[in-house]
Write a protein that binds this ligand. Structure first.
Ligand SMILES: [Ca+2]
Length: 271
């Protein structure tokens, strides 16, 4: 997302609640007799491999599919869908999304690549193999992140809600609220389905939240603070955003908006 006045206050409220919980380093324990909630497990990157990433890509969606990497970028006049070569970061092919649209999350389901937009209420559907447009849907509210469990489209809108949508009609079929020990987690941005969980970038932070898709409960946090080393900072990079999961090879990729690097990470629980 771009900066908006509401964001900072929302983040500040978050930093006083869920964020403080997520930085605790004790593993989950049962609630005690005083009703103090469980501490939520926090994970950090263990092994990290780095690849190149296009610093012109304002990353809003990241997907691994058919052994290829796809990326959706944002900003009005610079939005696109792309196939990207992992190691070099080279853009193999791309299709621009014209003004006034601001591209957001992307996902591939079946033959379709879906791309949502921030505030123009349009979802665009392309043939993922050719990037040829197929159809469009209209939806209410904002579009931020997008992923799939293989059946539904799963979408965020910057709030603590996650919407399950019918891929054929784009109608909402189910909504969950994301709660960490009963505290709403807002600013949910780019999404990824990882081994039965929804992972979400939390906007304006280096945190990824892990969510149980059945009830919205937070199962863990991934703290990636500092993953982009100072030497790789260009001064023009923006926040961490973009998670792709290669299910065949169990590989996790993350990057950020205009970051010069894309990372393949493994996780370990913070001890
Ligand atoms: Ca993703």
């Amino acid at each position: 997302m771009s900066l908006r006045p509401i964001a900072l206050s929302a983040l500040l409220s978050l930093s006083g609640s869920a964020f403080s919980a997520c930085t605790e380093d004790a593993p989950a324990k049962p609630a005690n007799s005083n009703g103090v909630p469980n501490r939520t497990p926090t994970y950090v990157a263990d092994q990290v491999k780095s690849y190149n990433h296009d610093t012109g890509a304002f990353t809003q969606g990241l997907v691994w599919h058919d052994n290829k990497l796809f990326e959706g970028t944002g900003e009005i006049g610079h939005s696109s869908i792309r196939e990207v070569e992992l190691v070099t970061g080279r853009v193999v092919r791309k299709r621009d999304l014209p003004s006034p649209h601001f591209g957001e999350g992307i996902v591939i389901l079946g033959e379709n690549l879906y791309q949502i937009t921030w505030t123009t209420h349009k979802a665009f559907v392309y043939d993922w193999r050719t990037f040829n447009p197929k159809k469009e849907f209209r939806y209410d509210g904002e579009g931020w992140g997008l992923t799939t469990d293989g059946k539904s489209l799963i979408m965020s809108d910057g709030s603590s809600a996650i919407f399950f949508r019918d891929p054929n009609t784009f109608e909402v079929t189910r909504t969950i609220s994301v709660l960490d020990n009963d505290v709403p987690v807002t600013q949910l941005n780019e999404l990824e389905w990882v081994k039965g969980e929804i992972w979400a970038n939390v906007w304006m932070s280096d945190q990824i939240v892990r969510i149980d898709p059945a009830d919205g409960k937070v199962t863990g946090w991934i703290d990636l603070a500092g993953i982009l080393p100072p030497m790789d900072r260009t001064g023009s990079e923006d926040v961490l955003n973009g998670i792709a999961y290669d299910a065949e090879n169990d590989r996790i990729f993350v990057t950020g908006k205009r970051w010069p690097k894309l990372f393949e990470i493994t996780l370990k629980q913070r001890s």
